[in-house]
Design a protein around this ligand. Structure first.
Ligand code: ATP
Ligand code: MG
Length: 556
C-alpha cells in the first residue's frame, strides 16, 4: 500500500477517534474514501432492517439523491445480503447493476468496488461503495485491500456511535429519573410535573410530540392535560372516551403499546388528526399508574429516527409509574390541605360569629330603645350608635372575606387579654422552665384586643426563644401589658447578654443571625411582619451583659 493511501487511512482513523457526531464523521470519512481510491464517486449505504432496505447515508459527488434499495437488490444490496465484496470492472455487464440510477442522474457508471461494513457480531451494518477509478482502469487487488480497511474503520465508527448513544441514553435516563424524583418530592402542581415528564420523554425518545392524558372516571373519558409539540395547546380541549383509541385501551388494561401507523389502527387518531391538523404515525403509549390504579396515559408521537422500540416503552412505562406516584401524592396533599382549610374555616367562622354577637346585641338594644324614644335628638344618638356598630360589622366582614379569598393571610378576631396571656403562660412555661428561666407576667390592664391570635402567639414564642438563647445559664423573662390610649402595649424583657453590637441595626432583617449554631435569622423578621400587619411598631432596648427588652403595641 502506498504512502498516500496509508496517510488517508490514518486520517480516517484520526477522524473516527476525534468526533462523536456520527453524521459529520461519516461525511469526513467518505470524503477521504473518494480520494483514497481515486474514484469519481463514493457512497455509504446503511441497513434499515425494519424496512428490509438499504439506504444511502452519505453520497459523495454532484447532484445526488437518496437511494433506497430492497435488501439483496442492486450491487450494494447484494453485498450487504451476502457479506461478500464485489469488484465489478464493467457495471453494465453485471446483472446486479441497476442502470436506471444512471439514467436519472446522468452519471455513467463504469467500474464498481463495493465492500460490506461488518460490525462486531458479524452483523452487516451496511456497505461502502466507490464508482469509476479515475484512470479508467478497473479496481485492482490493492484497491480491494484499501476498501476492506476503510470498511473496517467505518464499522468501528458506527459501533462507537451506537455505544455512545446507548451510554448517553443511560446517563439521560438516570438524570431523568433523578429529576422527576425530585419534582415528585415537591409536586405542587400536576401540570408542571407532567410538563417536565413529557419534555424529558420526548427528548430522550427523539419523539416529535408527546401528550399526557388523565382519566376522568365519572365520565369514563380521558382528557388531554398536557401536550408538547405536535398539535400543542389546541389539544387541551380534547377528550377521548376510554376503551376507544390507543390511549383509551391503555387506560383500560394498563398495557403499554407501540403502534406503527396510529391513524390506520385507530379511528380516534384519525379524528384527532383531522380536528387538529397534526398527523400521527408512530405512537408509544404507557399508563400513568399508582398502586394498581390507572390515573392516565402518557403518549409519544412520531419518533424522528425510525420506529419506537422496547427502550422507548420501557422508559415511558417507568415514567408513567413515577408520574403516577407523584400525581397521587399531589392529590393526597391537595385533599389534606382542603380538609385542613375546611377545619380552619370552621374555627374561623365560629370565632367570627362569636365576634359578631356583641355588636349585634348592641344594635338590637339600641333599636329597641329607639322604638320607644320620643325625643328626636336622643333617637338620632341611638341611630348613630347603631351606625357605628354596623360600620364595625362591615369592617369585620371585609376582613373575613379578604382572608377567605386568600387576599390577606391575616384574620383578626376579638380576644380577651386575660385569656390570651393565660394561654401564653401555659405555652411559655413549658418552653422556659426546663431552661431554668423564670416567667413573670405583669398585667396592668383588662381589655379585649383584635388580633390574629395564632400569629401573635407565634411572634411572642419567637421572642421568648431568642431570650432563652441569650440566657444560657437561666434568668428571668418578663411580659408586661398596659394600655396606651386605644392600644395595648406589650413588652418582653430578658436578663440575657444583650444583642451583639454588630447586628443592632439589622436584627429585623431576614437571615441576620449572630452567635447561634442553628440560627436562620428569620425569627425577628417574622415578628416584625406580624406586628406591622397589626398596625404596630416594634422596637428594642438592649444593654450588653444586662438584657434586652422588645416592645410593641396591638389594636385594642
Ligand atoms: N433577646 C435577645 N438577646 C440577645 N440577642 C438577641 C435576642 N434576640 C435576638 N438576638 C440576636 O438577633 C439575632 C437575630 O434573631 P432572630 O430571631 O431573627 O434569628 P435567630 O434567632 O438567629 O434564628 P431563628 O430564625 O432560628 O430565630 C440572633 O441571632 C441574636 O444574635
Ligand atoms: Mg430567633
Amino acid at each position: 500500500m502506498g504512502d498516500r493511501r496509508r496517510d488517508a487511512l490514518l486520517q480516517i482513523g484520526l477522524a473516527i477517534g476525534s468526533t462523536v457526531d456520527i453524521d459529520a464523521l461519516l461525511n469526513v470519512v467518505m470524503g477521504h474514501v473518494t480520494a483514497l481510491l481515486s474514484a469519481e464517486r463514493s457512497t455509504l449505504y446503511l441497513v434499515d432492517r425494519r424496512r428490509g432496505e438499504i439506504w444511502s447515508k452519505v453520497l459523495q459527488g454532484d447532484g445526488l439523491r437518496e437511494i433506497r434499495l430492497p435488501l439483496g437488490e442492486g450491487v450494494a444490496g447484494d453485498v450487504v445480503a451476502t457479506g461478500e465484496l464485489a469488484n465489478i470492472p464493467d457495471a453494465y455487464l453485471d446483472r446486479r447493476f441497476h442502470p436506471e440510477f444512471d439514467k436519472q442522474s446522468g452519471f455513467r457508471t463504469r467500474s464498481i468496488l463495493c465492500a460490506p461494513v461488518t460490525g462486531k457480531p458479524g452483523e452487516v451494518l451496511g456497505a461502502v461503495q466507490v464508482l469509476n477509478r479515475s484512470d479508467g482502469q478497473p479496481f485492482d487487488a490493492d484497491d480491494e485491500r484499501a476498501m476492506m480497511a476503510v470498511a473496517a474503520q467505518i464499522a468501528v465508527a458506527l459501533e462507537n456511535a451506537r455505544l455512545f448513544s446507548a451510554e448517553r441514553r443511560k446517563v439521560k435516563e438516570l438524570d431523568l429519573l433523578y429529576s422527576v424524583e425530585r419534582e415528585l418530592a415537591q409536586a405542587g402542581d400536576a401540570g408542571q410535573l407532567l410538563d417536565v415528564t413529557l419534555s424529558r420523554a420526548t427528548d430522550l425518545s427523539n419523539a416529535e410530540a408527546g401528550a399526557a392524558l388523565l382519566l376522568d372516571e365519572e365520565k369514563s373519558e380521558l382528557f388531554f392535560k398536557n401536550a408538547l409539540g405536535g398539535a400543542g395547546a389546541a389539544l387541551l380541549s380534547a377528550r377521548v372516551p376510554i376503551n376507544a383509541g390507543i390511549a383509551g385501551r391503555v387506560a383500560v388494561d394498563g398495557i403499554p403499546r407501540i403502534v406503527h401507523d396510529a391513524e390506520r389502527e385507530s379511528a380516534v387518531a384519525r379524528e384527532l388528526a383531522q380536528r387538529f391538523g397534526y398527523r400521527s404515525h408512530s405512537l408509544c403509549a404507557a399508563p400513568i399508574q399508582s398502586e394498581g390504579r390507572i390515573l392516565g396515559v402518557l403518549e409519544l408521537l412520531n419518533k424522528r429516527d425510525g420506529d419506537f422500540g422496547d427502550d422507548d416503552v420501557k422508559l415511558l412505562t417507568m415514567l408513567g409509574g413515577q408520574t403516577g406516584r407523584a400525581l397521587r401524592l399531589a392529590r393526597d396533599r391537595a385533599a389534606r390541605e382542603r380538609d385542613e382549610r375546611l377545619r380552619l374555616l370552621g374555627q374561623t367562622i365560629a370565632s367570627v360569629l362569636h365576634d359578631l354577637r356583641s355588636p349585634l346585641t348592641v344594635v338590637q338594644s339600641y333599636a329597641e330603645l329607639m322604638a320607644d324614644e320620643p325625643d328626636k335628638k336622643q333617637r338620632l344618638e341611638y341611630s348613630e350608635m347603631v351606625a357605628r356598630q354596623v360600620l364595625g360589622i362591615n369592617q369585620m366582614t371585609r376582613e373575613v372575606l379578604a382572608y377567605l379569598r386568600g387576599e390577606s393571610g391575616f384574620l383578626p378576631t376579638q380576644v380577651h387579654l386575660d385569656r390570651f396571656l393565660g394561654e401564653l403562660r401555659e405555652v411559655l412555661t413549658r418552653e422556659l422552665t426546663p431552661k431554668k428561666i423564670d416567667l413573670r407576667i405583669e398585667q396592668r390592664t383588662q381589655c379585649k384586643i383584635r388580633i390574629d391570635e395564632g400569629k401573635v402567639k407565634r411572634a411572642v414564642i419567637n421572642l421568648a426563644r431568642n431570650a432563652a438563647e441569650a440566657m444560657p445559664d437561666g434568668g428571668t423573662f418578663t411580659i408586661s401589658a398596659w394600655k396606651d390610649g386605644e392600644r395595648l402595649v406589650l413588652s418582653f424583657a430578658d436578663t440575657g447578654n444583650g444583642i451583639p453590637e454588630a447586628i443592632r441595626d439589622k436584627v429585623f432583617q431576614p437571615f441576620v443571625t449572630e452567635g447561634k449554631r442553628d440560627g436562620t435569622g428569620l425569627g425577628l423578621a417574622i415578628v416584625k411582619q406580624v406586628i406591622e400587619a397589626h398596625g404596630g411598631e416594634i422596637r428594642f432596648e438592649s444593654t450588653p451583659g444586662k438584657g434586652t427588652t422588645f416592645t410593641f403595641s396591638l389594636p385594642a
